[in-house]
Design a protein around this ligand. Sequence first.
Ligand SMILES: *Cc1c(COP(=O)(O)O)cnc(C)c1O
Length: 482
Amino acid sequence: MQLVFEKSIEDQSAVNLPDIDVPQTPAREAIPKELLADEPPPLPELSEREITRHFTQLAQRMMSVDANFYPLGSCTMKYNPKINEWAANLEGFASLHPYQPEDDLQGAMELLYHLRKFLEEIAGLPEVCLQPAAGAQGEMTSIKIIHAYFKDRNDPRDHILIPDSAHGTNPASCALCGQQVTVVKSTPQGLVDMKDLAEKVNEKAAALMITNPNTLGLFDKNIVQITRILHDHGAQLYLDGANMNAIVGQVRPGDFGVDVMHFNLHKTFSTPHGCGGPGAGPIAVAEHLAPYLPIPQVNLADGKFFWDFNRPKSIGKVRTFYGQFAVLVRAYTYIRSLGPQGLKNISDKAVLAANYLAKELQTHYTLPYPLPCTHEFVISADRQKAKGVRALDIAKRLIDFGIHPPTMYFPAIVPECIMIEPTETETLATLNYFVEVMKKIADEATTEPDMVQHAPCTTPVRRVDEVKAAREPNLRWKNEKY
Ligand SMILES: *Cc1c(COP(=O)(O)O)cnc(C)c1O
């Protein structure tokens, strides 16, 4: 496919300007010399029809949730019901400006207030803040809150415990907040090693950041005991809620002792995400942490919604204005359109789909942990590796079959890890197609390893050198003309 620059035809344009009816002054005379560029900018010249075709054709080369099965573990790439888009694009929401007075914003604030209440109910915790813009920012906000809480009690603590299966954002958020990280080991069964936890927790530990179910797709059945150990040492339990898709409507994190957690609304509650945005990472806190929440909070008094800045111990603001409003509208719409039974249905079906896939795939791939799993699972391509085909090659080969690659090489504790999360929104036919393709690739690893190592074979761009692209980024288009 040609670049848009290569399609350029001199003097083509997407707009027809009327003939000029005022005296003309060339730009070189009207603009001070020091502000003028040496050359005109290298812009392609195309008609509107050519521009439309160019970008439509490019878009068709992308994989997306709407066009492809997307079993990207840990990311919950579920179908985004189009009613969410309708709601987010309603004139009354889309055209608001955050500087408008409260009286103008009552409808939007009502939505935020009720979303807050829904998430408080789902979390089983008394207060939610909608401000953080992503899961990772929810982590950072929560660590700051925990820090403020201990500082207030004159009980400075310097480290946070994190299991070795955790997502990379967990230690990154700690580092950003100046906290040391102590890694807690996993057992061969993939759960928190209780002995290791007991040895590492002490009066200097601020919190344990746990993902439950964890990134191996396993629900830690010792969670109540884990909570007790932490609380006995005065430490807090932080839940990374990225895997809420497995438990939404089944169990409330507050009920198993969580002190603070984040939601990834873009995962569990269906906003399209990827390529860096957009997202929303509201946090939910227990009573004792609520005084430290960011301001402002959306509140209700005398039948009127208002921005509540009255929180003297607040850590401040973590996001401009009130958070990612359009994502919050989508999450609200999703929750309202499903209702309580519908939310429970999400986790029922997501867990069923993952267990079905895991059971079907275990004939051809190694399952490092015994079933049942929750909403996702990991397989190891160690048998294929022995024939020279790595997890990366298998992931790339899936592209030839119209399937987005799963998450790979994470968690790092599983060699040749492939992490699969089908979500609740796929049909049995799609799941069966995936199984069929995965088995075919496992066979190819024996019969045609060389081909799999060079996959994808049918795409416009074949295997790319990912290291080179990251180390020597070259985003500049060059030819003689420009
Ligand atoms: C996605 C994810 C995060 C980070 O959330 P973002 O919204 O991408 O910032 C943290 N932990 C786990 C387990 C995740 O899957």
